[in-house]
Ligand binder design. Structure first.
Ligand code: NAP
Length: 248
């Protein structure tokens, strides 16, 4: 069955891979991005080449009206939303808590926590059976950092992802009776552009050898887990937090 999926932060990295793999199943994808229109257009082209349909939607997940607008745009283009990939997330330069500004922490929590909550809220409003929806799936993007804590690098980021884990557990129980499955993925060290923001563009190559599987993961390897959780193959999986972390 064809599905309509919104991927937040779908223009690059893990979100792009998830979008492309949705396309390969013939699904329709709203590709949200923050500012990189060129990257978003490339994702749209990749989804279409893979066999799906896609539109690019600019919007900041930390801004309520943008979140509502990205759902509206996806539904106007393709019909009722079936799945949300709550993927948009940011990191900030490596440092200890004592050196962090409040502005940095506010922005990080606004995008990683509030943004995820607002997008999930919008999905719940549209997909809940008691509100006229047909059910669906939410996949939250956590991180192995939620388990590891990321000392001396980004305890703010790690904490934001711990929040996503707890949110996933609670929301899955709240929305199960509404026909909505809610799960999270905890990627480990994945080779994307996010590490450049933390000040270490070669982090994946440098630290990869220390992983039990002796390499960093690819965005595609996380995307495969995303589409499995979106697909009917995982129809009895809810409230789960799936580590895609190479054994880390
Ligand atoms: P990435 O390559 O840096 O891509 C980030 C994506 O999020 C881009 O599409 C970006 O849009 C979008 N984005 C950023 N801020 C946004 C905002 N405020 N509103 C809407 N979209 C926004 O990141 P990634 O590595 O693929 O990470 C994706 C998710 O996986 C994040 O939640 C991250 O925390 C999580 N994760 C990553 C790793 C890893 O090692 N890479 C590990 C664990 C968890 P633009 O292109 O427009 O900038």
């Amino acid at each position: 069955m064809s599905k309509v999926i919104l991927v937040t932060g779908g223009s690059r990295g893990i979100g792009r891979s998830a979008a492309r793999l949705c396309g390969a199943r013939g699904w329709s994808v709203g590709v949200n991005y923050a500012g990189n229109a060129k990257a978003a257009a490339e994702t749209v082209a990749e989804v279409e080449k893979a066999g799906g349909k896609a539109i690019a939607i600019k919007g900041d997940v930390a801004v309520e009206k943008d979140v509502i607008a990205m759902f509206d745009a996806t539904e106007n283009a393709f019909g009722p939303i079936y799945g949300l990939v709550n993927n948009a997330g940011i990191i900030a330069p490596s440092m200890q808590l004592a050196d962090m500004t409040v502005e940095r922490m506010q922005r990080l929590f606004a995008v990683n926590i509030l943004g995820s909550y607002m997008a999930a809220r919008e999905a719940a409003r549209r997909m809940s059976r008691s509100r006229g929806g047909k059910g669906g799936v939410i996949v939250n993007m956590s991180s192995a950092a939620a388990r590891l804590g990321s000392p001396n690098d980004f305890v703010d980021y790690a904490g934001s992802k711990g929040c996503i884990d707890t949110f996933t557990v609670g929301l899955s129980k709240e929305l199960g009776p509404e026909g909505i499955r809610v799960n999270a993925i905890r990627p480990g060290l994945i080779d994307t552009e996010i590490h450049a923001v933390a000040g270490s563009p070669d982090r994946a190559a440098k630290l990869g050898k220390q992983m039990p599987l002796q390499r960093a993961g690819t965005a595609n390897e996380v995307g495969e887990a995303v589409v499995w959780l979106l697909d009917d193959a995982s129809s009895y999986v809810s409230g789960s937090i799936l580590d895609v972390a190479g054994g880390r």
